[in-house]
Design a protein around this ligand. Structure first.
Ligand code: SR1
Ligand code: MG
Length: 421
């Protein structure tokens, strides 16, 4: 027990401890009917599915340490507070995009929420070769709506500054990102690991001085450009899907940062899914259709992001930036369009940079992706990962110069046929 009385839940203790919660009694049924399973497979938290006579719920509880590593790496419980605050903002900014939150207990670091069924984690679905109708459309909208509506383009000065201050407290999770994403991949950091066979390309990347500079420029953008409320960890393990629906979960890394961060991280995870597919083939080429679909999702995410962001710019630009009083109200609507195009160009360059660095850190750092990890044959896995590493480098160094998302997917198609080991 901590000073504040925090105690980690177990499947056995949960009914006794939460059985009196009216929201759970109403939604799930009386606690003597509950069956509880702990299903957390992420890097940080406990996740329980509670099934009762009237329904189901998810009870998520933060642990006072990093689950992936153990008690030797303490991590504050307050990440649960940031997750709760991010979830309610995402629901307001893009209704229906996240699970409904039913209860929050700050001292116990517990969020009780809707159980999504028959949803599965998107990453698992992609590894299994499944597709989701409308996925790119939904995720492009989510990015545009949450990133636009959490920014100075939309919020009042007071609300935006209050949120900036609130999420600035998410220090320890930002610190994880700052180290694990932006620095560790580029030197022999203690927690790094990589697949045997990658030694040559890893050495070349770590000796690439331009790449190290690019990585720190990206880190500077992440630490200093508080443009909007980010999800902060928007990968395919943070999305739950059916064949036709997607919901975003797990925004405990939420912080203010550059708009391109979430979009870049998301696209990176689809590109890694693409590069991993040959490792999951049962017969040569049987994942080619899945690869094409994954790249079409990448294209749709970006295209829909641009379309929706532009729509919001034209219809909801009521924050403190680029006021209509300066542009449309003066008959200078064309200048507002010019400003939008300029801004989207900057977001594009950021997106590609963050995309590239996410591809590196998932292969070189501590936290790897199941897309690659599930490839049992290390030689095959290394070949797939090497292509992703090479593409990540291109994106980090060429960020901004690439003319459009079609160039990015064409690059992925080409590199998938190359040997980068
Ligand atoms: C120690 S936490 C490692 C990673 O898991 C989370 O999902 C984030 O991606 C973090 O970087
Ligand atoms: Mg997570």
């Amino acid at each position: 027990m901590t000073a504040q009385g925090y105690v980690a839940l177990t499947p056995d203790s949960l009914p006794g401890r939460l059985g009196a919660l009216s929201v759970l009694r109403d939604r799930v049924g009386p606690s003597d009917s509950w069956h509880v399973r702990e299903v957390g497979d992420g890097n940080l938290n406990l996740v329980f599915i509670v099934t009762g006579s009237a329904g189901q719920a998810v009870v998520k509880q933060a642990l006072p340490y990093v689950r992936l590593v153990g008690e030797s790496w303490p991590l504050p419980l307050k990440r649960s507070f940031f997750e709760y605050n991010a979830l309610i903002r995402q629901e307001a900014r893009d209704p229906g995009s996240v699970p409904a939150v039913w209860h929050f207990d700050e001292a116990q670091a517990i969020v009780v929420m809707e159980f999504l069924a028959p949803h599965v984690i998107l990453r698992q679905a992609l590894i299994a070769g499944r597709r989701v109708t409308g996925l790119g459309q939904r995720l492009g909208q989510f990015c545009a709506r949450t990133l636009f509506r959490g920014s100075d383009l939309s919020m009042t000065a007071a609300a935006r500054k209050a949120d900036l201050a609130l999420f600035a407290g998410n220090v320890e999770l930002c610190d994880i990102t700052e180290n694990l994403v932006f620095s560790d991949p580029y030197f022999d950091a203690p927690m790094n690991r990589h697949t045997p066979g990658l030694e040559g390309i890893v050495a070349r990347l770590r000796a690439d001085l331009s790449l190290k500079v690019a990585a720190q420029h990206l880190k500077l953008a992440f630490t200093s450009r508080a443009e909007t409320m980010l999800h902060g960890d928007l990968h395919t393990g943070s999305i739950m899907v059916t064949d036709t629906e997607a919901k975003v979960i797990d925004p405990e890394f939420a912080t203010y940062g550059p708009i391109g961060f979430d979009v870049g991280m998301l696209i990176a995870n689809f590109l890694m899914a693409h590069f991993s597919q040959p490792g999951h083939e049962a017969t040569p080429g049987d994942r080619a259709g899945q690869q094409d679909w994954l790249l079409s999702v990448v294209e749709t995410i970006w295209q829909v992001f641009v379309a929706e962001f532009s729509h919001l710019w034209r219809t909801e630009r009521r924050g403190i930036l680029y006021q209509a009083s300066l542009y449309e109200d003066q008959g200078h609507g064309l200048a507002a369009e010019q400003a939008l195009a300029d801004l989207l160009g900057r977001i594009w360059a950021d997106t590609l940079g963050f995309c590239g660095i996410e591809m590196h850190r998932r292969i070189l750092g501590l936290a790897h992706n199941a897309d690659f990890e599930r490839i049992e044959d290390e030689g095959r896995r290394a070949a797939c990962e090497a292509r992703a590493l090479a593409m990540g480098r291109q994106l980090m160094l060429g960020a901004g110069a690439l003319p459009g998302i079609g160039t990015v997917t064409a690059m992925a198609r080409r590199m998938d046929k190359e040997d980068h080991l």
